[in-house]
Write a new protein. Structure first.
Length: 179
């Protein structure tokens, strides 16, 4: 998270969840409530507050953010339909910012480079590049240029295969209007 806060550019590809920086409070709570073994109430509350505070990074207009999210993430049924619609509308509001791009990777049944898992790319103020991938119990931060290059090229291809930002917006609107 330290590198996330310092980064001047962030590229995030997500296969399972709405990216943390884009989550509404309802989504965060529902997601953390599904944690197993269960989190204690105090731990859960600390994590909710921490996750919501991180969203302030998106308001820093000198930073750029690029998110590509699997369509299935937005179609997943969780919480109430009203909460899901609020999450989708929140995505539209964030995507309207000039420093944020949100693209949806269609669930078309095709294989694509993103199926190998989610990851985050970070560019530091010194223009170093890092890649972060998270597993079930631990995350790995890569600084080796050769490894980071693989993630950067993979993210580039994923973004090319995803819907355009405008097409993604249309899909999110459609999903928000579904019963």
């Amino acid at each position: 998270m330290r590198y996330e806060a310092e980064a001047i550019a962030l590229g995030w590809y997500e296969t399972q969840f709405v990216p943390g920086l884009l989550q509404t409070e309802e989504y965060v709570r529902e997601l953390l409530a599904s944690h197993w073994p269960p989190l204690g109430a105090e731990t859960m509350e600390e994590r909710v507050v921490g996750r919501l505070e991180r969203r302030a990074l998106l308001r820093e207009q000198t930073k750029s953010f690029s998110f590509v999210v699997e369509e299935g993430v937005l179609r997943r049924r969780w919480g109430t339909s009203e909460a899901r619609v609020r999450q989708l509308r929140h995505l539209l509001g964030v995507a309207a910012q000039r420093n944020v791009t949100i693209q949806i990777m269609p669930t078309s049944g095709r294989f694509h480079p993103g199926l190998q898992g989610p990851f985050v790319l970070l560019e530091t103020p010194d223009h170093d590049h890092l890649a972060y991938e998270e597993g079930q119990v631990a995350g790995v931060l890569h600084a080796d240029p050769a490894k980071v290059s693989v993630f950067m090229r993979r993210h580039d291809m994923i973004a090319r295969l995803a819907l355009s930002p405008e097409g993604s917006e249309r899909l999110i609107v459609e999903l928000a209007e579904e019963p």
